[in-house]
Structures are given as C-alpha cells and as structure tokens.
Write a protein that binds this ligand. Sequence first.
Ligand SMILES: CC(C)(COP(=O)(O)OP(=O)(O)OC[C@H]1O[C@@H](n2cnc3c(N)ncnc32)[C@H](O)[C@@H]1OP(=O)(O)O)[C@@H](O)C(=O)NCCC(=O)NCCS
Length: 190
Amino acid sequence: MDTFAKPQTARLEQLILRPALEADLPDLEWGGAYLHFRRVFRHTFELVLAGRAVIWLALLPAVGLVGQLFIQYSCDRRELADGKERAYLYSFRVKPEFRSQGIGSAMLDRVEADLRSRGYRIVTLTVARDNPRARALYERRGYRIVAADPGRWRYPDHLGVWHEVEEPAWRMEKVLEQTEISATSRAAGG
Ligand SMILES: CC(C)(COP(=O)(O)OP(=O)(O)OC[C@H]1O[C@@H](n2cnc3c(N)ncnc32)[C@H](O)[C@@H]1OP(=O)(O)O)[C@@H](O)C(=O)NCCC(=O)NCCS
C-alpha cells in the first residue's frame, strides 16, 4: 500500500484539523487497511469519552481523511502519560499519497499547541528503531531520545483474536515551551 501510492498534491491551506467524533471511527480503518485495529479504535474512543485521550484527524475537502494522530493524557505507564504534565502521542500516520507535503508537521504543530494550552509540559512518543525517517522528523522538531523501549504490546483484532507485537523502539520526549498565556492560566489554576 505504501510503496505504490501515487502522490497527490495537498493544498495545505485547506487542511482541516479536528478531534474525531464517533461517526469518524470507520474512516480510521482506511478502507480495510486497518480493519484489524477496529477494537483498538473503539477502545480509544472510550478513553476519549472518559476525557483521557483525543483522536486528531486531518481532512481535506473532497478527499476526506488524510491523517490521524492519537494522544493519551493518562495511561498506566506514567513515564508516557501522567494526566498532568506528560502526554503520549501515538498512532500517527498520513496517507502515503499525501506524505512529505507538511501535513504531518501541521498536525504536530496543532497538537503540541493544544497540549501546551492544557498545561502539558512534555510530549512523549515511541518510534520504531527501523523508522529513521520518522525519527528524523521528530528530531527536527525538538524531540530527543530518552530511552530504549522494547516496543511490546498486544491487541485484539476485529474478530477478537489477540496479537502480540514486538517492535523495538526509541522513547522520545519533547519539552514544550510555555507561552506566557498558558503559564499564566496554569498559575491561576485555569
Ligand atoms: C511520519 C508521517 C506521519 C509524517 O507525515 P508527513 O505528512 O509525511 O510529514 P511532513 O510532510 O510534515 O514531513 C515530512 C517528513 O516526515 C518523514 N517521513 C516522510 N515519509 C515518511 C515515511 N514514509 N515514513 C516515516 N517518515 C516519513 C520524513 O522525515 C519527512 O521529511 P523528508 O520528506 O524531508 O524526508 C508520515 O510520513 C507517515 O505516515 N509515515 C508512516 C507512518 C509512520 O512512520 N508514522 C510515525 C510512527 S512513530
């Protein structure tokens, strides 16, 4: 799917970035490519409803979904997300035919600004060790490697069959610069 996608020009000024609604969940399956993650998406949406996560979408008029990025505000691994200072970024992808045109960077800009406005100071993520291009993008944006991560996780597919994943990764972090406004609103408890 990735290798043979014919590049399409994106008009970045038309890009819409917004949190997903329940009705958007089927689109996250990308026409079947991510059908196996159906239950994972549903579970993430339950976290959204509980105020523990947000699913960001990038859309283009007449095209629809071109990118997605998940944020968890809190999770069991406190070094990734602690509900206060650290938020965890994952499941970040742009459709192959729209890559390398700035959509991913626009999404990161928006998401980092949103986290900053909520008082978060650190964005965490893991990037597979065999994904140097994504790592380069993160490094250009100020993310730094802080630890090795075994990258082990498991998920139930759409039929309820569990899969074990092992994808050795680097854990990266970026310290968000506080703007005067968000620093003030934190001090005021806002
Ligand atoms: C990483 C990704 C979300 C970035 O989105 P994007 O719209 O291509 O990002 P931008 O156009 O703003 O920035 C382009 C940079 O992203 C990185 N990138 C581009 N294509 C990529 C790919 N297939 N895989 C990984 N990184 C890629 C490169 O650093 C690229 O810079 P370059 O074009 O100078 O080499 C997107 O490329 C993608 O979906 N890649 C595959 C999935 C993935 O690796 N996700 C990250 C998991 S941690």
